[in-house]
Design a protein around this ligand. Structure first.
Ligand SMILES: Cc1ncc(COP(=O)(O)O)c(C=O)c1O
Length: 404
């Protein structure tokens, strides 16, 4: 996978200037994060109130979101988990699916809930959670603080959980929270062609994604979005006398499990500027077109079978042994790609490759504005959401030189 050249360069400059995320020292980093938040909330169609933390990847995005979820559902039953911990806390039910990504379990471990707090409900053959099974499990946990983890973009099949039905069920539960793992699939919301698969997305409470997947920025770039900013901050914010807090602006460390960290927002900002709204949609659609073409060509090849519905960018292929093979052919449940993957005769082709860029941008400018910081000024006009919107439409840096 090629990374976005603009993002690489901006990342390099951010590192070279030792830009970090502490607002009092370097407000540019905080301001860039705030701008990226506004752009992405708009691009993905998330609620306006949503806050965001820049983390290392999908693992920590899931962890941050589920930490906020744990904080909120326990607060509703009078328990402040940030202050009191979990040892005498009311039980938190976690409902996942058979196809939930392993990093959600990683998050449950880190958050002291543990693997066994999660009940996995069944999925259909494409790995989509069965809404009826979820309904039953929610009933089993009536009244209990409950976190439901859905996903958009199954890592094997690319499928989407039926979010509209799931969100409705979680809303009907007395104390529920819906988290959506959209490590790569959330970017489909940027495409008019694929957005329909994410109907109901704005009915969730938190969303995890990676900028180092579809947006192609360098690794170390996860994004944790949480609708309830108070719960997000309650789970993550901590301060100390030596830290100068900003009374008006974002302090980036209040939204993430990390404290000191690189100024991750610059690379994402650069990629969004470089691609613009249309460029991101085009990137998603081009990858999906390639995936469909892959599937078509592979289907025509002898002994090759595409075993998933190619709804996004994932093509799951089976290479079948010829009949009469001395080792024989075992019959497998044709719906279970997991069983086949376990036998090792499946190949998941992750097709997220961007169009090779011969005209990759080399010269990058962050615009200069008047005010407190050199890269983006305090009174930055970009901060007004209406202007942001049109800026995202227009955004596409002009190439100032070329690399081959
Ligand atoms: C659905 C899903 N969730 C989480 C992750 C983990 O992301 P990361 O490797 O950035 O931690 C992945 C990785 O592919 C994924 O596909």
């Amino acid at each position: 996978m090629k990374v976005d050249a603009t993002a690489v360069l901006v990342n390099y400059f951010a590192d070279a200037h030792h830009l970090v995320d502490v607002n009092a020292r370097q407000p540019a980093a905080a301001m860039v994060e705030e701008i990226v938040l506004q752009w992405l909330v708009e691009l993905f169609g998330l609620p306006r109130s949503t806050g965001m933390g820049f983390v290392t990847g999908g693992q920590m995005a899931n962890t941050t979101c589920i930490a906020a979820a744990r904080q909120a559902v326990l607060a509703r039953v009078g328990w402040d988990v940030a202050a009191k911990g979990l040892s005498s806390a009311p039980r938190v039910a976690v409902i996942v699916s058979d196809e939930t990504h392993v990093t959600v379990y990683g998050a449950l471990r880190l958050l002291g809930l543990g693997d066994s707090s999660a009940v996995a409900v069944g999925c259909d053959g494409e790995g989509r959670i069965l809404a009826d099974a979820l309904r039953d499990e929610l009933r089993n946990n009536a009244g209990a603080p409950t976190i439901v983890c859905a996903q958009v973009g199954n890592v094997n099949t690319g499928s989407f959980d039926p979010l509209a039905s799931i969100a409705q069920l979680v809303r009907e539960h007395e104390n529920g929270w819906l988290h959506v793992d959209g490590a790569f699939g959330l970017w489909a919301a940027a495409s008019p062609r694929y957005r329909q698969h994410l109907a109901g997305l704005d009915g969730a409470d938190s969303w995890a994604t990676d900028a180092h997947k579809w947006l192609n920025v360098p690794y170390d770039s996860g994004l944790a979005f949480v609708r309830d900013r108070a719960a997000h901050r309650a789970a993550m914010a901590r301060t100390a006398a030596y830290l100068q807090r900003s009374s008006t602006d974002r302090d980036n460390y209040e939204w993430t499990p990390e404290f000191s960290r690189r100024a991750r927002g610059f690379a994402v900002y650069a990629a969004l500027c470089s691609l613009g709204r249309a460029g991101i949609a085009e990137l998603v659609e081009r990858c999906c077109d390639h995936a469909r073409l892959f599937a078509e060509l592979l289907t025509a090849a002898p002994g090759v079978r595409v075993v998933n519905e190619v709804v996004l960018n994932q093509v799951l292929v089976r290479f079948e042994r010829p009949r009469g093979n001395p080792r024989g052919q075992r019959r497998l449940d044709p719906r279970s790609h997991r069983a086949r993957a376990a036998r090792g005769d499946l190949l998941a082709l992750w097709h997220r490759v961007a169009r090779p860029r011969t005209d990759a941008h080399l010269g990058v400018q962050l615009e200069h504005h008047d005010g407190g910081c050199p890269a983006l000024g305090r009174g930055d006009p970009l901060r007004a959401p209406a202007r942001m919107s049109s800026r995202l439409d227009r955004a596409r840096l002009q190439p100032t030189s070329r690399i081959s």
